[in-house]
Design a protein around this ligand. Structure first.
Ligand code: SAM
Length: 247
């Protein structure tokens, strides 16, 4: 049987750029990926997005291994509207947290909030590295909006300032109802590998917006639990009724 060739790729390369885009603008990017890795040259097309104005078609005007300059052409898409879901997760080890951020970005989470709990082991986070993973995932999955990645916050501080209109789906290995989200602003809270303390569990459950949920009879790793819960929420209350090619 003849294998389907993997090259040329079906879609154009996509890049996030920090510069605000507009028709006719000139954008310079590092040449490593476009020129050195993909071997693109003058006249080749690339899609750009900036997390503000949507996605644009751009053409390479100058190509060097160190720097590629592109001219921005037509706008292909407006910036998407992102489902209003935050993911609060207790940081886990490097590798696993990178994976979590990458997959949460692909699944469409709007805001990622690392939460420090009593049993959180990894307290120092490299937000720049995590942002780079989020950008790479957004480029790959065709998001036009990046998830907001905020500084780590203590659980009690978050609970004290919790917005009145935002449901908090609290993944509680000690028991809860199956996740059945209602429409509206929401957040999912996942504990550390060691779980929540009883005091933390009581504090979360005391919040009127909290909805304790179960993710089944098995103890999931924190990263698995986060993505299972996000998937359930997205399917029921997010944007999973639309498909990529129908945009
Ligand atoms: N050490 C804890 C224990 O043995 O009970 C397990 C913690 S689990 C590895 C990490 C987090 O994932 C939990 O705090 C919870 O938020 C979530 N989680 C894992 N499995 C779950 C389940 N079956 N139902 C609800 N939440 C779960």
């Amino acid at each position: 049987m003849v294998a389907t060739p993997a090259w040329p790729p079906r879609s154009l390369p996509r890049l996030f750029v920090a510069q605000t885009l507009s028709e006719g603008a000139s954008v310079a990017v590092d040449g490593t990926y476009l020129a050195a890795v993909l071997r693109l040259g003058v006249g080749d097309k690339v899609k750009l997005f900036d997390d503000r104005t949507g996605e644009w078609l751009a053409e390479i005007a100058e190509a060097g291994r160190k720097r590629v300059t592109l001219t921005v052409g037509e706008r292909l898409r407006e910036r998407e509207s992102v489902p209003d879901l935050w993911l609060l997760f207790a940081p886990v080890k490097r590798g696993r947290i990178d994976w979590l951020v990458e997959k949460a970005t692909e699944l469409g989470v709007a805001r990622l909030i690392p939460v420090i709990t009593r049993r959180t082991i990894v307290e120092r986070l490299n937000l720049d590295r995590l942002r780079a993973h989020a950008i790479e995932a957004a480029e790959q999955c065709e998001r036009t909006a990046l998830p907001e990645l905020v500084e780590a916050q203590k659980l009690d501080a978050l609970l004290n300032a919790w917005p009145a209109d935002r449901a908090l789906y609290f993944a509680d290995e000690a028991g809860g109802a199956p996740l059945a989200p209602a429409p509206g602003p929401a957040a999912i809270l996942i504990g550390p590998e060691g779980g929540f303390t009883d005091e933390e569990r009581d504090a979360v459950r005391a919040l009127p917006q909290a909805r304790p949920v179960s993710l089944g009879p098995r103890i999931l790793r924190a990263d698995t639990a986060a993505l299972a819960a996000v998937s359930l929420w997205m399917a029921a209350a997010g944007d999973w009724r639309s498909s990529p090619r129908a945009r």
